[in-house]
Design a protein around this ligand. Structure first.
Ligand code: DLL
Length: 432
């Protein structure tokens, strides 16, 4: 698919290196001069901006974590006066205060470019209508794709999330070409299309940009089948930029990082040392091209690996593997690390639908894990014996992947809660 900014997306590695070095030098000086938190941190490490000569020097710099943002809530890490800020977003998070992010006009352009690159890599052009079902508001999903679509010259349709039958009606009536929402909501929209008796092939939609939560390759194929579209991945996080920090292409092997603005590293979360390419660890970003919130080595908590092998699409930018989940989503069950995405992978590779929930509990001081999975058309069996056999098969497969026993219960189609935004896959009743 065509590149939105081929001069960057397909640039030589030397050119990218030069841009990154120049931007890091400028950004560190900007953060040092304007954010007392960074001035103090660098001083404590005996560093000044003059110690930064190229992108390689990034490893000298300190890390930033989410609590640093919370400790300076709401605007304490902003590097420009409020008169320069034209937009604020915030992420709710599950605990504590939200993290607040400000954008200058330049920052909004950087973000819109990133989202436009993602849309373009999915084949979207100025002739297309982009149906945005991510939530609009402090969450970055809705406005992020909206500005990306407008930037590309496409037509943005700001539907936001919810009222799913109406979503389907609009997809049908307006003849939208692209759908943007979370992967779990895409599944729900697909089910609703079927329940309304509409043939998905009769819809004009040909592609979707799905993200904001972890999802597996088998789930991508299910969405593609259900809606008769090509599904692409889009990654981002409020603190760095919303959707468009990274995006997948037709190669469908990882996500290209917009590394001219968001410099990625993967570190070992214990030793904090950078890991070699291909090794899974914690993803860290430095905002080398942003003005309002120039975060240095921000620890995302997302677990992934960096891929530097050439991509079939011709883009030269580094890729990140599909995030496996967040280290704080990781469950520790009887001492074993379990990511919900591993469970999803097992269920879907055995032909189940991606409607599942993991319930963790504790009985006689031992952790228990139950996986409730909805029966779909594909797994419908008519005798109790058959159902039990399916449960046993899934339990066996989970045991061999996770190394832990999980009790599987098949539940009726449509009985688990559906999500219009990020799906809640885990209920942890352990109270610890
Ligand atoms: O979810 C931004 C976004 C909106 C991305 C729409 C893509 C599409 P936050 O609410 O701050 O921002 O959540 C960020 O969501 O650290 C990841 O853990 C997770 N995440 C985002 N995109 C993906 C993805 C938005 N494609 C957090 N795959 C991140 C896996 C993702 N996880």
């Amino acid at each position: 698919m065509p590149m939105y900014q081929p001069e960057i997306e397909g640039a030589s590695r030397d050119y990218l290196h030069a841009i990154q070095s120049a931007r890091l030098i400028r950004m560190v000086k900007h953060a040092y001069d304007n954010v007392p938190f960074y001035k103090k941190k660098l001083n404590e490490m005996g560093l000044t901006p003059e110690d930064i000569h190229s992108i390689e020097d990034i490893s000298k710099l300190p890390f930033t974590v989410k609590d640093d943002l919370r400790d300076h809530y709401p605007f304490g890490l902003f590097a420009v006066p409020q008169s320069e800020i034209i937009r604020i977003h915030a992420s709710s998070g599950t605990t504590g205060k939200p993290t607040v992010v400000g954008y200058t006009e330049h920052d909004i352009q950087v973000w819109a470019d990133g989202a436009a690159r993602a849309l373009s890599a999915a084949g979207c052009t100025k002739n297309d209508l982009v149906h945005v079902s991510y939530g609009y508001g402090l969450f970055t999903g809705g406005l992020g794709l909206h500005y990306g679509a407008e930037r590309l010259g496409a037509t943005a349709l700001p539907v936001s999330s919810g009222n799913t039958q109406r979503q389907v009606q609009l997809l049908q009536d307006f003849g939208s070409d692209f759908l943007c929402c979370t992967p779990s909501y895409a599944m729900f929209i697909g089910e609703t299309v079927r329940n309304m008796g509409i043939d998905p092939q009769s819809l004009k939609v040909r592609g979707g940009l799905f993200g904001a939560e972890p999802w597996t390759d088998p789930m991508r194929r299910q969405i593609e089948q259900l809606l008769g579209i090509q599904a692409y991945d889009i990654y981002g996080l409020s603190e760095i930029a919303g959707p468009g920090v990274a995006y997948s292409c037709d190669g469908k092997d990882g996500l290209h990082v917009n590394e001219d603005y968001f410099y990625p590293e993967v570190i070992d979360p214990e030793t904090l040392q950078p890991l070699p390419d291909g090794e899974y660890g914690e993803l860290v970003f430095t905002c080398i091209g942003k003005e309002a919130l120039p975060l240095i080595r921000y620890r995302t908590r997302d677990i992934c690996a960096l891929i530097r092998t050439p991509c079939s699409c011709g883009r030269t930018t580094i890729r990140m593997s599909k995030p496996r989940g967040r280290s704080d989503d990781m469950l520790i069950i009887r001492g074993i690390n379990v990511f919900p995405s591993q469970v999803e992978h097992v269920l879907l590779s055995l032909g189940m639908d991606p409607n599942y929930q993991i319930i963790v509990g504790r009985s006689h001081n031992l952790d228990t894990m139950e996986v409730q999975v909805e029966l779909g058309d594909s797994s419908f069996k008519d005798t109790i014996k058959d159902l039990e056999a399916v449960e046993k098969k899934l339990e066996h497969a989970l045991q061999s992947t996770l190394n832990i026993h999980a009790q599987v219960h098949l539940v009726e189609p449509g009985s688990l809660p559906r999500s219009e935004g990020k799906a809640k896959r885990v209920i942890d009743n352990r109270n610890i």
